[in-house]
Design a protein around this ligand. Sequence first.
Ligand SMILES: [Zn+2]
Length: 186
Amino acid sequence: MNAHEPQGDRHEAQSTHVLWAPWRMSYIEADKPEGCIFCVPPEPTTLRSSLILGVSRHARVMLNKYPYNNGHLLIAPHRHTAHWSDLPEEEFADLTALLRRAVDVVNLALHPQGINVGMNLGVCAGAGVADHLHWHVVPRWLGDTNFMPVVSTVRVMPQHLLENYDRLHPYFAPSSADEQGSSPQK
Ligand SMILES: [Zn+2]
């Protein structure tokens, strides 16, 4: 992600580099789940354990299990593909609408001072799951580079994840109706 900061600000890039280091070791060291995390069926009984916050007709939004910051969301199409051109127009539009909704929710629920929105295409660009497109939405606060390494240890982070899940999930609840066909609306 840090290699693809949208604004390309040098100071910001350095900050993000610091930001991502400590707790993401657990991702590097962890046993990787079999299969694609974006293709796990969004069953109602396992939404929370899967960190899936909301599902639209063609896309899902979930918390990143190994976040760069509190409230780090991932938005992915249901279609398992690494290529934009594989997404029919309707699926692209639905994915984009859910991305916009995710940014709105982060602003409403977490009140960040800034947000990074980005996508890593390909392993060498930093994609952890390279074969399934997904957007990153990372809320940012001034000073988070100092704050996060203290609170976001491997031990602490799972608790923060579920707290964040419970805080954010209600904002996406109306989108469950989207499973019946309409695009997510604010
Ligand atoms: Zn997939």
